[in-house]
Design a protein around this ligand. Sequence first.
Ligand code: RTP
Ligand code: MG
Length: 149
Amino acid sequence: MMEKTFIMVKPDGVQRGLIGEIVSRFEKKGFVLAGAKLMQISTELAEEHYGEHKERPFFGELVDFITSGPVFAMVWEGEDVVKTSRHMIGATNPQEANPGSIRGDYAVTVGKNIIHGSDSLESAEREINLFFNGNELVDYTRQDKTWIY
Ligand code: RTP
Ligand code: MG
């Protein structure tokens, strides 16, 4: 099923120069970039985005971290992209993330795990609407589509 998901390079990934590497992985996989922007997240947006974790002990740190520097927000499109991108990202705790996954290859601690990806279709829709206006997303066909599907 063709889906869209929200992917974000977190402030640690931006500072460590990993935007290009992460874009490259999704691009080479065959997913289609529908929108992207470098931005500074406000506290309000951070609290809304991570609202499901409001009661968790790490919520304050999580909001402080995600607002501590610019992030690179993206929308990627493709068949089963929500689930597949979670595999590409790897386990939340990089200690458990498989080598070959983004967190497995580049991150060490759970608090600085480089990248965010929506965990379900519903989250993807919610997060895309939270971070992007409709006119910031582009609908087009990649020339290699018939070699991927
Ligand atoms: P994300 O939402 O950032 O993509 O990460 P995720 O789905 O893999 O994990 P989630 O459970 O949604 O947790 C969100 C972020 O909170 C931080 N966290 N810290 N100290 C802790 O035990 C702890 N647990 C989670 C992580 O940075 C995680 O990405
Ligand atoms: Mg999550």
